[in-house]
Structure formats: C-alpha cells, structure tokens
Design a protein around this ligand. Sequence first.
Ligand code: SF4
Length: 263
Amino acid sequence: MHLPDLKTELAGIIKDLKARLAFEETFGVEVISLNAQNNRVRSTTTITQKNDMPKTSAPQTESNDKKPLTTRPKEGKAKLLEELKNETLVCHKCPLGETRTNLVFGAGNPMASLMFVGEAPGRDEDLQGEPFVGRAGQLLTKIIEAIDMKRSDVYIANILKCRPPGNRNPLTDEIALCIPVLTKQIDIIKPKVLCAMGTFAAQTLLNTKEPIGFLRGKFHDYKGIPTMATFHPAYLLRNPGEKAKVWEDMKKIRDLLKELNNK
Ligand code: SF4
C-alpha cells in the first residue's frame, strides 16, 4: 500500500474510533475495546427487499427508478409541511386525540437526506409538542452526532402523532388512522434514507410482522427509499448492551448517505 493510501486508511480508522467513542460516551463509557470488526467501516452497503435476505452489495433498490424527477425547494417543502401540520393539529380521528396534551407532528429539516421514524410521543413529547425531547431524545441526538450529523440536519417524526395513555403500545386501528400523515411527511421530504426505530416503526413502514431483532442491521425498501431498521433509543436506555448493534446500523446509514451524496 502506498503511503498516501495508508494515511487515508488511518485517518478513516481514527475518525471511526472517535465517532464510536462519542457514541459510547452517551452511555457513560470512557474506554472502548479495539475490535477490528466493529471499528472499520465497510465500503459497501446491503439492501434487503421485504421478506428477503441480504443479497446485493450496492444500494440498487427500486429507489433509483422511483426518484423524483424534480425536487422541491426548501421553502416549498416547509410550506407543504406547515399546511399538513395545521391540518393534523385538529385531528381527532382516533381516541388519542381526546387524551393528548399536544399533538406531536414532527420536526427537523424539510430538506433532510435522513429521516428518523419512531413509535409515538411519550410524556415529555406530549407536554412539549416536540418529538424526542426526553431521555430517549437526548440519546437520539447523540446518535445523530456520532455519525457526523446535527439534529438540525435530519427530520424526526413518529408513526403516531398523539401519545398513547401511559405510553402503552400503539393499537392497530390507531396506526391505520394515523399513518397517512407520516406517509405524506415522507412524500414531502423525500429523504434519501429512512431509519425506523423500534418494532412498531419498522413493522409499520416495512409492512411486516418480523421482529425488530431480525429486521435491524440491514436496509429494506420503503417505496424506493433505503430504510434501516434499528432499536429504539428508549430500548437502548433499558438495554445498553445492545448499543454496539445500533452503532453498526448507524455506520451503515452514514456510509450509504456518503455513497448517495457522491453520485
Ligand atoms: S394519533 Fe393520529 S389519528 Fe389519532 S388523533 Fe392523533 S393525529 Fe389523529
């Protein structure tokens, strides 16, 4: 290997290690073990179609064929999102409209190349009307920063826009009534990559009943958009031993975004 190549390789490894350490610090860990498998980023990414096992080494999904011919400017997307938000704020299609304190529409960059989708607002989100503002939200912010992005770069929304009482699981009827709003959000933003966090987000977007433990770690297809499934930050707070898996998932997102941005 030539010296310039070696320098580039080393710089990449050091950058990965720094990002991994920043990610680990979110859990109060100050020392990480050096594991070649965990610390080196793969240069290719695998896309998995629904009900299928990984089989391609490049992001050659239907997304390439279905990409919009035109993109809306930021102002146009922001306006469309604002109009959709105003329509949704008065929604009472399901009983959660009666029990919510605030509807949590979603927040972030209308031009986001990466969009996160969670399950439903929790107590803090219900009180503030903003997604992912509690402890899980703080962890999500750290996760985003660990892949060299800022929270203001991405868009964050949930499957349900209103909090299920006591943070119970979303009901099938509630999801069916609420999902059109998220579908429209994704259609307006048109992110290059989606990240479904947790069982309900992943199963709903990917239209499957497969467990999150099976779905995570690979890209699936949501209407032509590569969609990574991973654990929800709230689950990660309860099960910090799973953080290495989420870190691996996030690195795949980071690498795919790099590939797509370089095209
Ligand atoms: S959860 Fe969704 S469908 Fe139900 S009231 Fe809220 S916005 Fe409407």
